[in-house]
Design a protein around this ligand. Structure first.
Ligand code: KG4
Ligand code: ZN
Length: 352
């Protein structure tokens, strides 16, 4: 079927989301209920609380998505849901809801990989003529992943670079915590960096072969540089540092860290483009792609070489519209529906 209205559900982490998207690009509704305020007080996502909050929010979120779209269930052609990777309890709430709705309304059900969805955020609101062109390179940067993925056509994914340790979003969150900035760290570091000097603190660029990344060393380097700045021994616990830093030091550390991350990605993407000279588009995906400094650096460096795509910020972080888009293009490429009576989840990433 070429023309399709897909209702998608996304609950892999701390956003309860449902959206209805026509033909993979046209958004009819997009509802995201964020749990950030609930988790903020703990400084990070608490899995059990996330699952319980999804249970409370999921049906009102689905109902609002249907209401906003002005469609009735008869006009929905398929249901899509994130089944991997993510938090176990969170994934269960979304998949059980999608399975039940698929059975109840007799709709085909499609299981979608979360990273694939982040990539397809770049097709949302992009008519066919403006859509990314193949072969393309996707830099997927989220709270759980850091990868460079090559796609020769739709639904074709080759991981050509990966982090060997921490994901970049995780490091944004950890550095923010050391600096005493609120969760989630990405947006708070972005904000603090606006008033910071990116050249004040020199941080090392990890030397990793090929197209892989390593971020755990950068996290430790920030910690050591803060201890040095405060003339404290390296045995000083990280949670004791934030109260000793001035606001200007915090802003300068945020800006220096952010700019080092940009340098790392620009270097690796340059290498990836040299190794893949036929690349037509370069696309950013995942929560960290909402970072203004990173977007600008990547766009300014590469836009003469390839067309650079960055999702609209509301589609960079977790949402269900991107799941519907990924499902649409997967179905066009031959993905078959899954059995709603037996669809399982996989908290750890499976191959997509
Ligand atoms: O893609 P996402 O919403 O969820 C996962 O699939 O992990 O990414 C969440 C991550 C968090 O680590 C958050 O700190 C980071 O994305 N993030 C940002 C920004 N907004 C969110 N990182 C840097 N700059 C931002 N503006
Ligand atoms: Zn995500």
């Amino acid at each position: 079927m070429n023309r399709m209205n897909i209702l998608a559900i996304e609950t892999s982490c701390d956003e309860t989301a449902c959206a209805i998207v026509k033909n993979g690009t046209e958004i009819l509704s997009n509802v995201v209920n964020s749990q950030i305020d609930i988790h903020k007080i703990y400084g990070g996502v608490v899995p059990e609380i996330a699952a319980r909050s999804h249970i409370e929010a999921i049906m009102p979120v689905v109902e609002k998505a249907i209401l906003d779209s002005k469609l009735t269930w008869e006009k929905i052609d398929a249901i899509a849901v994130t089944h991997t990777p993510g938090l176990l309890g969170s994934l269960l709430v979304g998949t059980l809801t999608a399975r039940t709705l698929a059975i109840l309304h007799n709709k085909p059900l499609y299981a979608i990989h979360h990273l694939k969805s982040h990539i397809y955020a770049n097709w949302l609101e992009n008519p066919k003529t403006d859509a990314p062109q193949f072969p393309l390179l996707a830099l997927v940067i989220s709270g759980g992943h850091t990868q460079i993925i090559k796609m020769n056509h739709h639904n074709d994914f080759h991981i050509i670079g990966s982090t060997r340790d921490d994901a970049v979003g995780e490091v944004f969150d950890k550095v923010a915590k050391i600096l005493g900035l609120p969760y989630p760290g990405g947006p708070s570091i972005t904000q603090a960096a606006l008033n910071g000097d990116p050249t004040r603190y020199q941080l090392p660029i990890p030397q990793v072969d090929n197209l892989d990344f390593s971020f755990s060393g950068l996290k430790t380097a920030v910690l050591r540089r803060i201890q040095k700045e405060l003339n404290l021994p390296i045995s000083t616990p990280s949670f004791e540092l934030k109260d000793k830093l001035t606001e200007q030091q915090v802003n300068d550390f945020a800006a220096s860290f952010q700019s080092t991350v940009s340098t790392i990605f620009v270097k690796k993407l340059s290498k990836a483009l040299v190794e893949n000279p036929s690349t037509q588009s370069l696309i950013l995906a995942g929560g960290v792609s909402a970072n203004q400094n990173l977007k600008e650096n990547i766009q300014n460096t590469f836009n003469k070489q390839v067309k650079v795509y960055v999702p609209n910020p509301k589609f960079s972080t977790d949402n269900a519209a991107m799941v519907a888009s990924a499902a649409y293009f997967s179905i066009q490429s031959g993905q078959k529906p899954t059995d709603p009576y037996s669809l399982d989840i996989s908290p750890r990433s499976v191959i997509f």
